[in-house]
Every structure is written in structure tokens, then in C-alpha cells.
Design a protein around this ligand. Structure first.
Ligand code: NDP
Ligand code: X2X
Length: 341
């Protein structure tokens, strides 16, 4: 089994004393900045004026422009949307890079697909949490962490791996485990996972199940509870104890149904289509489409997004979630705070 690094394996000293610029304060940016700061690291946030700038200031950070924060930093973590990174990097980060800097990413997309080409005199590595940024923060507040990958693209200092591990520890990743990868592997597996299994695969499966039931005349509320709400509960069991653990907990009726019907939903053709999706990622075809879509100001993205928002599952879900206060698990910090109210 590959080496998994945990807190005890990591000496964060290589990163302590270095100025870290977290560029971006969104899903990942706010989590990295807050977690690193609470882990005792020297953090500045680089942004443009606007909602994130106001939020980062409200959270107590020294907020500067991207250029100011990058120019003054030793370690620059780029947590801008992937599609905006090349432009902002070229204009505000690259000009100030100097020997001794470390340029860091949470996803390898732009380096792997040559949209950001770092200079030869800086360390370049990635620290990629394998989970949404808001859970990187929430789990950290609860004393836990989201597993992370790290990968070194360029090691000029001879310390790139140690810096990456120290960074992963600082955001709480080493509480759950940190695994070494490459920019190619992180990029291609992350794109595949979010398209074919997690976000894309799962939302398609849930909608198809919901539509099958409602088109057969069953109540949308029942279809929502069966095909979406309960999904978290089933996935939680898999998260805690694998597929076998989930199967242990569900009824034998459900387990037999799993065995005989599951392969009728996801069959050899499905896997063939998954391989096609992976090939489009590996050949750069997906990346090219996403880059062009953004250059054209996202005509398809906006059209599909608006259509998806009108799906009946969104309306029934919004109504049901409004009546279910428990649906969003509170972090330990929120529970303690509400207990004091
Ligand atoms: N979302 C996730 O959970 C994960 C994301 N990643 C990676 O993390 C990186 C960041 O993604 P994510 O956190 O989702 O991004 P978000 O869209 O959530 O946040 C983007 C941040 O960048 C700021 N920003 C956008 N444009 C500019 C600009 N031109 N100048 C300065 N600041 C700007 C935004 O500020 P403003 O308010 O001004 O728009 C915002 O604070 C990406 O590489 C992504 O692939 C990796 C793992 C998981
Ligand atoms: C949360 C995560 O890791 C994703 C789905 O790959 C992403 O948001 O980029």
C-alpha cells in the first residue's frame, strides 16, 4: 500500500516562518486561510475588491491585492477558479515570482494542461484536499480533516515535498491522511471522478431515479426522499465502512436488490462510456472544451445551468429542506454556539 502521511510524520517547521499568500477566498480559499492561520502559520489573503475581500477582512485577515500578496509571500497558493487562473497568474503573480518562492495549487489542471507555465527557479507543488472546501473547514473545526493529495512538479529548493506536507498538515489534511501523487494523476483522476462518478454521475443517477418514480405516478416527495435524501445516509455508511459495511447495515432485501438490479443500471456499456470520458480527459479534449467555453463567456454552461435549476427535484427538495432543520449537520463549533444561545 502507498505511504499515507499523518500529523506525526510531518515536521511543519519548513513552512513555519514563511509568509503564505492564499489567493482566493472561496470554497477552498477560506478553508485553507482559516485552517492555516489557526494552525499557527503566517497567512495573507490575496483578492480583488468584492464579496470575498469583505468576508476575508471580516474574518480578520490582512487582505491585499493578488499582486501585493504574491509579491510579499514566500509561498503562493492559487485558489482562484481554474478558468481564471491563467489570466490572473500572468498579470499579477508571475511578474513578482523570485527564486525561493513556492507556487502551489489545489488542482493540477492549469499546470498539467500548460495554461500556467511556471518559471524554472521556483518550487511548484500541489496540495489537493479530496473534498469540498466547506467541509475542509467544517471538519477542521470539528478536530478532524479531509484527506489530501500532494504532488511535486518542480523542486528547486530541495524542500518542496516537506513544504507540501507541512501545508497539508496546516489545513488539517494529515489528520485524515495525505498521499503522494503527480499533477497528471491528480488532474486526470479528479476530473474523471467529478464527471463520471461524483457530481456528474451521481446527479444524473438521482434525476433518472426521481423521474422514473414520478413518471410512474408516485409522489415527488416520496421520490425525493428515496432517491436524494436517503443517498447521504447510504453514502455515509459506505464512507464509514466501505460497500460491505453499507450492505451489512441495509436489509437483506435491499442487499439482494443491490446484487440483482445494480448491474442492470450500471453495466458494461456504462463502464465503456466511463472509459470514453477518461480518454477525453487524458487527450486534453475535455480541457480544451472547458477553456473555450470560458473564452466564449460560457454560452452552454449558463443555458444548461438554468435548465437544470428548473428540474422538479429542485423545487420539491427546496420545499422539503425548508421544513427539515436537521438536514445540514452542524459543525461542533455551531453546536456549541447554539447551545450557548
Ligand atoms: N471547490 C472545491 O471544493 C475544490 C476546489 N479545488 C480547486 O481549488 C481552486 C479554487 O476553487 P474554488 O475554491 O472552488 O473557487 P471558488 O469559485 O469557490 O472561489 C474563487 C475565489 O477566487 C476569487 N477570485 C475569482 N476571480 C478573481 C480575480 N480575478 N482576482 C482575484 N480573486 C478572484 C473569488 O473572489 P470573488 O468573491 O471576488 O469572486 C473567490 O474568493 C481551483 O483550482 C479548484 O479546482 C480543489 C478541490 C476541491
Ligand atoms: C470537491 C472536489 O474535489 C471537486 C468536486 O473535485 C471540485 O469541486 O473540484
Amino acid at each position: 500500500m502507498a505511504k499515507v502521511y499523518y500529523n506525526g510524520d510531518i515536521n511543519e517547521g519548513t513552512l513555519k516562518g514563511k509568509k503564505i499568500a492564499v489567493i482566493g477566498y472561496g470554497s477552498q480559499g477560506h478553508a485553507h486561510a482559516l485552517n492555516l492561520s489557526e494552525s499557527g502559520f503566517d497567512v495573507t489573503v490575496g483578492l480583488r475588491k468584492g464579496r470575498s475581500w469583505d468576508q476575508a477582512e471580516k474574518d480578520g485577515f490582512d487582505v491585499k491585492t493578488v499582486k501585493e500578496a504574491s509579491d510579499e509571500a514566500d509561498v503562493i497558493m492559487v485558489l482562484l477558479p481554474d478558468e481564471y487562473q491563467p489570466e490572473v497568474y500572468k498579470a499579477e503573480i508571475e511578474p513578482g515570482l523570485r527564486a525561493g518562492n513556492a507556487l502551489v495549487f489545489a488542482h493540477g489542471f492549469n499546470v498539467h494542461f500548460n495554461q500556467v507555465v511556471p518559471p524554472a527557479n521556483v518550487d511548484v507543488f500541489l496540495v489537493a484536499p479530496k473534498g469540498p472546501g466547506h467541509l475542509v473547514r467544517r471538519t477542521f473545526e470539528d478536530g478532524a480533516g479531509v484527506p489530501a493529495l500532494f504532488g511535486v512538479y518542480q523542486d528547486v529548493s530541495g524542500n518542496a515535498k516537506e513544504l507540501a506536507l507541512a501545508y497539508a498538515k496546516g489545513i488539517g489534511g494529515a489528520r485524515a491522511g495525505v498521499l503522494e501523487t503527480s499533477f497528471k494523476e491528480e488532474t486526470e483522476t479528479d476530473l474523471f471522478g467529478e464527471q463520471a462518478v461524483l457530481c456528474g454521475g451521481l446527479s444524473s443517477l438521482v434525476k433518472a431515479g426521481f423521474e422514473t418514480l414520478t413518471e410512474a405516478g408516485y409522489q415527488p416527495e416520496v421520490a425525493y426522499f428515496e432517491c436524494l435524501h436517503e443517498l447521504k445516509l447510504i453514502v455515509d455508511l459506505m464512507y464509514e465502512d466501505g460497500i460491505a459495511g453499507m450492505r451489512y447495515s441495509i436489509s437483506d432485501t435491499a442487499q439482494w436488490g443491490d446484487f440483482v438490479s445494480g448491474p442492470r443500471v450500471v453495466d458494461a456499456d456504462t463502464k465503456a462510456r466511463m472509459k470514453d470520458i477518461l480518454e477525453d480527459i487524458q487527450t486534453g479534449k475535455f480541457a480544451k472544451g472547458w477553456i473555450l467555453e470560458n473564452k466564449l463567456n460560457r454560452p452552454e454552461f449558463h443555458a444548461i445551468n438554468e435548465k437544470e435549476k428548473q428540474h422538479p427535484i429542485e423545487q420539491v427538495g427546496k420545499e422539503l429542506r425548508a421544513m427539515m432543520p436537521f438536514v445540514k449537520p452542524k459543525s461542533k463549533k455551531e453546536v456549541v454556539a447554539s447551545a450557548k444561545d
